[in-house]
Design a protein around this ligand. Structure first.
Ligand code: UT7
Length: 339
């Protein structure tokens, strides 16, 4: 038994913010952002839009791509759910008209797509579901300090989704062996200090006014993360390739989490993968965390760059720290462009 990708879709909120627009209120420049990250613009949520709405749009497109109107479970990977409680997935399932199906969130930041893929494939392997709608959706720009030039230029909002069905190992679209890992000793490298039980316990459940404003936002140690991202994605990719019995030369497309164009290029260089086999769309979307990989797959599949039979290596890295990688042979899918 294997989990097979039978549908794919993505969605971005309509509001575009270019580097120049961002720099009207931030001490940075288009040149710095382009050269250090590869980002030119990103999409952001506006009033009335949230992760829930993004997930619904992306999920509906994946269902349509699979030619389905029902599924047995909805899994949402997100680190920017609408509320601290409850999970956003049940509401997403409801709004998609999926009635009372199983629905839950997983929180693995930028490696959410790999952790969610493993979890969703696990539901199928356990016999808990014949098909799973797995969505990576984020409105993470709401958690970034608008005054912080270290983090604000990097992130963007959006969602991507796959419909997974039970199938045979080796079948086109079947998810290969998945490598996952974490290093909680480095949890502070990328964290939002306030809002959780630690801060609430420290304040006795009261006195939130005493919490420094910046603690409600993301804190990021960019340089240390950069090194970790390259090391972990490279190592995890090697492990996933070895488990699949593939050589680097077998890979037609490297689909890596879009944290920084330089990180993706460095991983490809470590792996000896030529640039023409490296998928990139960070220039238009920024870092969309759990949505990053399915948005990139949607981009490449919709314009026919990713073709049935192509061998794909997926890898991600993010807060936790956490990381993962897997392989798959691309299936025949009807995928709509999202931008
Ligand atoms: O999604 C997974 C988790 N996140 C990541 O993996 C992020 C990984 N890290 C990165 O992508 C990069 O480290 C960044 C893009 C965040 C930063 O790039 P960098 O090349 O590592 O720059 P840096 O942090 O070493 O800063 C270099 C300089 C500093 O100035 P000094 O100290 O050399 O004078 C910064 O103050 O650039 C300055 N700087 C900026 N300047 C203009 C930092 N951010 C900006 C900015 N505009 N936005």
């Amino acid at each position: 038994m294997a989990a097979v990708i039978a549908g794919l879709g993505g969605w971005l909120p309509p509001k575009i913010v270019t580097n120049d627009e961002l720099c009207e209120s931030l001490d940075s420049s288009d040149k710095w952002i382009r050269t250090r990250t590869g980002i030119q613009e990103r999409r952001v949520v506006t009033a009335g839009l949230s992760t829930r709405d993004i997930a619904v749009e992306a999920g509906a497109r994946a269902l349509k791509s699979a030619g389905e109107s029902t599924t047995d479970a909805v899994v949402v990977a997100t680190t920017s759910a609408d509320r601290l409680c409850p999970a956003v997935a049940p509401e997403v399932a409801h709004l998609l008209g999926l009635d009372t199906v199983a629905a839950f969130d997983i929180t693995s930041a930028c490696s959410g797509f790999l952790y969610g893929l493993a979890t969703s494939a696990g539901l199928i392997a356990a016999g808990a579901a014949e098909s799973v709608l797995f969505i990576g959706a984020e409105a993470f720009t709401t958690l970034v300090n608008p005054e912080d030039r270290n983090t604000r230029p990097i992130f963007g909002d959006g969602g991507g989704a796959v419909l997974l069905r039970a199938g045979r190992p080796g079948q086109l679209g079947s998810v290969g062996p998945i490598d996952l890992g974490s290093d909680g000793a480095k949890a502070d490298l990328l964290a939002i200090p306030a809002g959780g039980s630690r801060q609430r316990a420290a304040s006795g459940g009261l006195g939130f006014d005493a919490v420094p404003t910046e603690d409600w936002y993301l804190h990021m140690s960019g340089r240390a993360l950069y090194t970790q991202a390259v090391e972990r994605m490279t190592q995890s990719s090697r492990t996933a390739l070895a488990r699949a019995g593939w050589r680097v030369d077998d890979v037609d497309w490297f689909v890596g989490h879009q944290a920084n164009a330089r990180i993706v290029a460095a991983v490809a260089e470590e792996l000896d993968l030529p640039a023409e086999r490296v998928a990139v769309n960070i220039d238009k979307v920024g870092n969309t965390l759990a949505a990053s990989i399915p948005l990139l797959l949607t981009d490449y599949a919709a314009r026919g760059a990713l073709r049935p039979g192509d061998r794909v290596l997926l890898a991600a890295f993010g807060a936790g720290l956490s990381w993962g990688a897997t392989t798959m042979v691309w299936p025949k899918l009807a995928v709509d462009a999202f931008r």
